[in-house]
Design a protein around this ligand. Structure first.
Ligand code: AMP
Ligand code: MG
Length: 342
């Protein structure tokens, strides 16, 4: 299959190109498109055969359910049922945005989308191209991240191309995504409501609006399709958290050990620590710890760059687990998990 790459200007969306992309969706094909979090691999959420192609293209296990994307808050009623006032309050505050809600599924949604569950994950993305495409196609779009299963999620069209060229019909290039990590997933079908995955929303802001949401419990596996190892580059990742020595000292000790064994070593450091590093390794800066949003936006892109450079071992400094730092540390730990931890 030839993968068509088309460039969109998010500030002035070309209506002919938009129609072309929507035709692919309506014809049962796959279109990768930008959202504010990461690039999604979209198919008509109401067409089970199209959704099956998503799993095939990504090598995604069928027990890993998809997130359904809508372009109008009202469309939640087409996708989900048992929607209470509280759900509408959360939507009003956080949509469009990087918050996915797990709700009771409506009959319209095929089983393959929800991996056989009676619940469905739904969100309204905050990206003009994503919203325009969903509106033009006049159907909800099921879209997981547009990467090969297990790899870091794509934050540029090039990342999508690197993983899925020849496997999907079209890639809509709308530039680099802003948030850079996936949506926060909130399960409203359980009492108390639960965060299943930390993501682009500040969990504390969510809990201020809705205090009955359970505080985030860390790395428990709470939903199907959540794997211990995920978001992983080809290189082995080692996360260095605070200890008795300073972080740069610990990172350099580990780096020297691997370098002496002949490995090609990369270091992913915070901006504040960059002057501590010089040596025979590939240094990349995640961003300033005081700007965790910027760190999140850079994370996946840097992991993929290390792979392109042929780095074998990535030693990553930890960041403080606060706000988006919770999400960054979740992804780093999963990237660092071993095959045997799956
Ligand atoms: P992705 O779109 O690839 O970032 O991931 C979607 C994730 O959402 C899946 O891996 C699941 O863990 C989660 N998810 C989707 N649907 C449901 C659901 N009905 N219940 C719980 N979790 C879900
Ligand atoms: Mg994914």
């Amino acid at each position: 299959m030839e993968t068509k790459l088309i460039k969109f200007n998010p500030d002035k969306i070309d209506s002919l190109l938009l129609q072309e992309a929507a035709r692919v969706i309506n014809g049962g094909g796959l279109v990768a498109f930008p959202t504010e979090t990461v690039y999604g691999l979209g198919a008509d959420a109401l067409n089970p055969l199209s959704c099956a192609k998503i799993f095939e293209a990504k090598n995604r296990p069928l027990n890993d359910p998809l997130i359904v994307h809508i372009a109008d808050k009202q469309d939640i009623f087409k996708v989900a049922g048992e929607i209470y006032k509280r759900t509408l309050g959360i939507i009003d505050e956080f949509w469009p945005g990087p918050l996915t809600l797990v709700l009771k599924k409506s009959q319209n949604i095929p089983q393959i989308v929800t991996a056989g569950l009676e619940t469905v994950a739904v969100r309204m993305p905050d990206n003009p191209i994503a919203l325009a495409l969903i509106k033009e196609a006049q159907t909800p779009i099921a879209a997981p991240s547009a990467n090969l299963f297990g790899r870091p999620s794509p934050t540029t069209a090039q990342h999508v191309f690197d993983d899925l060229k020849g496997r999907i019909d079209m890639i809509v290039d709308g530039g680099k995504t802003q948030v850079g990590v996936e949506s926060t997933i909130l399960d409203l079908t359980q009492t108390p409501s639960r965060i299943l995955r930390p993501g682009g929303i500040d969990i504390e802001a969510l809990r201020r609006l809705s205090p009955d949401i359970e505080s985030y419990q860390g790395n428990r596996i709470l939903s199907p399709g959540m794997f211990t190892r995920h978001y992983s580059p080809k290189a082995r990742v080692i996360v260095v958290e605070d200890g008795n020595k300073t972080q740069p000292e610990r990172v350099k000790d580990i780096a020297s050990e691997f370098i002496s064994q002949g490995y090609s070593v990369g270091i992913m450091a915070k901006d504040e620590n960059k002057n501590h590093y010089n040596g025979d390794f590939n240094l990349k800066i995640l961003g300033p710890e005081k700007n965790l949003a910027l760190c999140a936006a850079n994370l996946y892109s840097l992991l993929r760059e290390f792979d392109k450079d042929g780095t074998q071992i990535i030693i990553a400094e930890s960041v403080k687990e606060d706000g988006l730092g919770i999400t960054i540390m979740d992804r780093l730990r999963k990237a660092a998990a071993k095959e045997s931890d799956v």
